[in-house]
Design a binder for this molecule. Structure first.
Ligand code: ADP
Ligand code: MG
Length: 482
């Protein structure tokens, strides 16, 4: 029989081919690359996933896709079972339990998950009396160092941060009791790590006012440690940290190369983790890419969940600006907000920086905030930040210029002026961005690279033969570059 000759990896690789074509690349990387196919028996494929959360996420978001691919690989009787990497103590224990993915069309199996039979957390880690706690000193009076405005409420949700945000929220509801321990949030600068880390801390304080939450930067931690060693109170330092319920350490990458500090953090980490306390860390890189970090510490970082923050898309950028303005009680015309969001797509800190400088400029000169003022300010702002021109931005300029909405430019319309606007978007994107032809195609109406190539040729030809068209193009070029 055909099925008999298949291997788990073979079958799963075939499934992956299809999955890859059906979801975006980031999701694929996050949710499917870490999966390992471990067993194929008859028509039951077992895949291993890194955590319970992982399994839940797959089930919630990809169950239909999984059903389809399993059915096409293993037939109607095909089934998928998950094995969840269980243990919080590095030897990855597995406790497989089966979650059946029925491929029959019975509609009564809406939710194929069986009731979770195992608790992934080490519930056998009972509270051990802490020998270090001096009687009468039980209640720690710790300044949490949390910034009130960095709340969940002010943290705008988008595709760019959905996983990290929801994991953070889950952690805040049950600190130390979810499988995301540690929770590691990573991203490039200015994308919200610090904000989200504070939000989790604030939310814990909200939910559990008695819990001791401490936020601090890794530099602060390092400095305290150095002082402790100098002053000969290394033990006090360690004991203090061992009494924290939720420890948030920001920018852990600054531990790189600092062996002694890593060592002390390793011990604090273990103590907290063993006692069911929550650890939240942020970093500019995922654990696999961290350099000059003790392997044993890195392996700890991989125990929980590493979730990244991406650059927000246009809608999210607009929403972030609106939230900020609303909180500050400032009104600003929509077109100005949109223009800022279109123009600045490097990170959120710069987005806010541009907004603040426009507001400041208008109040200093008692000028109203107009699109014109915003353009001038952004020109200056962007130039000083050496911004790269983006496809989004080019489309926006073209859309404004011809007064055709961006949606329409990217639609399937064959109307001449729309086609021309689309082709110009492709042409300028090719010239002014580093994007590949296929990326440009994807952004300009979901076309393939050949269409983009054709557009570039058409535009070049028209430019040489049509005077009016050439004028448009020179105008546009100035606007895009200004
Ligand atoms: P990082 O720590 O990654 O460098 P920050 O947390 O300091 O980034 O974020 C930079 C700025 O962007 C902060 O002012 C923060 O409030 C804001 N910010 C980041 N993400 C969001 C979001 N999702 N919603 C609203 N504001 C955000
Ligand atoms: Mg930060």
């Amino acid at each position: 029989m055909k099925v008999m000759n298949k291997t788990a990896t073979g079958v799963w690789n075939n499934c992956l081919q299809v999955i890859k074509d059906n979801i975006n690349q980031q999701s694929y990387k996050t949710w499917f690359e870490p999966i390992e196919a471990i067993k194929l028996e008859k028509n039951v494929l077992t895949i291993q996933v890194p955590s319970q959360f992982f399994y839940e996420w797959l089930e919630e978001h990809y169950i239909h896709l999984l059903k389809k691919v399993i059915k096409s690989e293993l037939g109607n009787a095909g089934r998928l079972e998950y094995s969840i990497v269980m243990d919080n103590n590095s030897q990855a224990n597995q406790q497989p339990y089966s979650i059946k993915v029925p491929t029959s069309n019975k509609s009564d199996v809406k939710n194929p998950s069986v009731a979770m039979p195992v608790n992934i957390n080490n519930d056998n880690t009972k509270e051990i009396p802490n020998p270090f706690v001096v009687p009468g000193l039980k209640k720690l009076n710790v300044q949490s160092q949390l910034v009130d405005s960095y709340s969940f409420e002010n943290f705008v949700e988008g595709d760019c941060n959905r996983l990290a945000r929801s994991a953070g929220y889950a952690v805040a509801s049950k600190p130390g009791k979810t499988s995301f321990n540690p929770l590691l949030i990573y991203s490039e600068v200015g994308l919200g790590k610090t904000h989200l880390a504070h939000a989790i801390g604030l939310q814990v304080k909200n939910n559990y006012p008695d819990k001791t939450v401490l936020y601090l930067s890794t530099e602060q931690f390092t400095q305290q440690f150095i002082d402790a060693v100098k002053n000969n109170n290394h033990n006090d330092f360690v004991h203090f940290y061992q009494m924290i319920d939720v420890l948030i350490l920001d920018d852990i990458q600054f531990l790189a190369g600092k062996e002694k500090t890593q060592d002390v953090f390793f011990h604090i980490f273990n103590h907290l983790h063993q006692n069911g306390k929550q650890i939240i860390i942020t970093s500019d890189k995922p654990p696999v890419e961290m350099k000059n970090m003790e392997p044993r510490l890195l392996s700890r970082f991989k125990w929980g969940l590493a979730a990244d923050l991406q650059i927000p898309d246009l809608e999210t950028r607009i929403a972030i600006l609106q939230k900020r303005l609303y909180n500050d009680g400032i009104e600003m015309p929509d077109d100005v907000i949109e223009h800022i969001a279109y123009s600045i797509n490097s990170n959120i800190r710069e987005l806010e920086g541009a907004l603040i400088s426009i507001v400041a400029q208008s109040s200093l000169n008692k000028r109203e905030v107009t699109l014109e003022l915003a353009r001038q300010m952004i020109d200056k702002y962007v130039k000083s930040n050496k911004k790269e021109i983006s496809i989004d931005y080019i489309q926006k300029v073209i859309s404004d210029y011809f007064d055709i909405p961006v949606d329409k430019i990217n639609s399937k319309t064959r109307k001449r002026e729309v086609v021309q606007a689309r082709q110009l978007s492709m042409y300028f994107s090719k010239r002014f961005t580093k994007s590949s032809l296929s990326t440009i195609g994807l952004h300009c109406g979901n076309k393939d690279h050949a269409t983009v190539l054709h557009a570039c040729r058409t535009v070049t030809n028209l430019r040489e033969t049509d005077k009016q068209f050439k004028e448009y193009m020179d105008d546009l070029e100035k606007k895009i570059k200004s």
